[in-house]
Design a protein around this ligand. Structure first.
Ligand code: GDP
Ligand code: MG
Length: 458
């Protein structure tokens, strides 16, 4: 067994700084492996011998000559009770970059090996403390950029995804047993009704897998955020709306048409989601070279956007030009905004347009309606609840997709009355793919690839 090109030695003692580089209140040096306490004792002033697991001991880190380096807290976490499942000693020292490096060096001189990226988590995985999807959840939790991503990673870390996968595995294993029994004892064929039950069972699992795959769209959005693009004719108030949404004067607003000529971007949050808001050059016929380039960029921004906010001037009304523009927008991902509603005397009915909403960017009217509308469009089935399991990892999605295809082939085969020995590979394959999510059967290369994306000390 290898871990990132190095032979993996179970119980080998590793050490790393677990806190981010730079200055801080405290820094943590983590030592884990069979000899963690022995290594730690060599650099710690007080005896750790009878210190119970998970208790804090105040003392000093000392070098080989006995010189005091820093006053620290030492926390032993022993055996199976630690995160890695192996003896662990955490040393909390003052948070200077040099002091923590010095203590790490002392630990390395005392017999620990420098930990590779994610190696503590790798130990936890190998020792069965967490499965692969839980290990990946740790990385996602660390990288989470909004509250929803935190919730999703926490749920996965708790093992909610693993439970679901194991549930699928159990059900498929039972069905596999029935099918394999038929390969071995073909004369004891199933009753017709039993056949129907199996088909229905597989179809049910297949649907559940599909539902899980469908959560990936939301998962991607939660992780990567959304690109939202403001589009419309010149002077309709796109830049004003950009500023109103960002709540700052980011874009130049002017009554001169064609002011915004390049793409302008800024970040904001909308109900927990990270948004990249993009203001564009107004779309119109032009012979002016720079403006024409701006308009070309607008079109490519529309193509790349997850959502288009098409801004129209409600006061000007909807003419041929506007209708042409609407027709060019991707309907499913367009919100039609009728701006300058403050200039309209009577009533204005914007129905018949994709996801219409009335606002005044100048007066900041209707912005709440707009965010609600955006929410409606981006979360097809509403935002995920805290408890909902969301697939956020492309590796999991790919594995689920392959498992789903196998289940579909299996159902099809059973319906067509194909003999079971030709169907068992499909069910084995589905089980294999599900197993890869929680790490029961993944290659060393895949493991290394996953853990090497972690930070050192995690
Ligand atoms: N009355 C009114 N004027 C607005 C509103 N939004 C923008 N404007 C004005 O319309 C003009 C063009 O605005 P701007 O944001 O630069 O439009 P853009 O060309 O689409 O980016 C400016 O004079 C704005 O003050 C609005 O809601 N009501
Ligand atoms: Mg503008």
């Amino acid at each position: 067994m290898h871990f990132t090109h190095r032979p993996y030695i179970p119980g080998e003692t590793i050490a790393a700084i677990a806190t981010p580089p730079g200055e801080g209140g405290v820094a943590i040096i983590r030592i884990s492996g069979d000899d963690a306490i022995i290594v730690g004792q060599k650099i710690f002033s007080r005896s750790l011998k009878n210190t119970p697991s998970h208790t804090v001991k105040y003392g000093h880190v000392i070098d080989s000559s006995g010189k005091r380096i820093d006053d620290v807290l030492a926390i032993p976490m022993l055996g199976k009770r630690s995160f890695t499942g192996e003896n662990t000693l955490e040393i909390h020292c003052h948070g200077g970059a040099l002091i923590s490096r010095r203590i790490l060096e002392l630990a390395l001189n005392a017999g620990a090996r420098p930990a590779g990226p994610g190696e503590f988590s790798f130990k936890a995985f190998i020792n069965g403390k967490i499965d692969l999807s839980q290990a990946e959840a740790i990385a996602e939790l660390i990288a989470a950029k909004n509250e929803i991503a935190v919730d999703a990673a926490e749920a996965q870390l708790e093992g909610k995804l693993s439970e679901k996968i194991k549930d699928f595995q159990e059900q498929l294993t039972e069905i596999a047993a029935v099918l394999e029994a038929r390969v071995d004892f073909p004369d004891e064929g199933l009753e017709f009704s039993e056949e129907e039950v199996i088909i229905a069972d597989i179809a049910a699992i297949s649907d559940k897998i599909k539902n899980l795959i469908d959560t990936f769209q939301n998962g991607r959005m939660i992780h990567e955020g959304l690109a939202i693009c403001l589009v419309g004719s010149p002077n309709v108030g796109k830049s004003s709306l950009m500023n109103a949404l960002l709540d700052k004067n980011r874009a130049i607003v002017s009554s001169v048409p064609g002011t915004t000529r390049d793409i302008l971007e800024d970040d904001m949050r909308l109900n927990g989601i990270n948004i990249r808001l993009i203001d564009t050059a107004g779309i119109r016929e032009t012979t002016e070279e720079i403006e024409a380039e701006g308009i070309r960029r607008t079109h490519s921004a529309i193509a790349d956007a997850d959502l288009v906010l098409l801004v129209l001037d409600a006061n000007k009304g909807i003419g041929e030009e506007e209708k042409n523009l609407i027709a060019k927008m991707p309907e499913a991902k367009t919100v039609t905004i009728f701006n300058k509603i403050d200039l309209i005397k009577g009533d204005f009915d914007p129905k018949d347009f994709p996801h219409p909403v009335k606002i005044s960017a100048l007066n900041k009217w209707g912005l709440e309606d707009l965010t609600k509308k955006i929410d409606e469009v981006i979360w097809e089935k509403g935002p995920p609840s805290k408890e909902e399991i969301i697939i956020t990892n492309i590796r999991h999605k790919n594995a689920l997709q392959k498992a789903h295809e196998s289940c579909e082939r299996l159902t099809e085969g059973l319906i067509q009355g194909i003999s079971p020995e030709f169907l068992t590979p499909d069910i084995r394959n589905a089980l294999y793919e599900l197993g890869s999510i929680i790490g029961t059967n993944v290659s060393e290369d895949i493991l290394s690839a996953i853990f090497s994306k972690f930070c050192i000390g995690k």
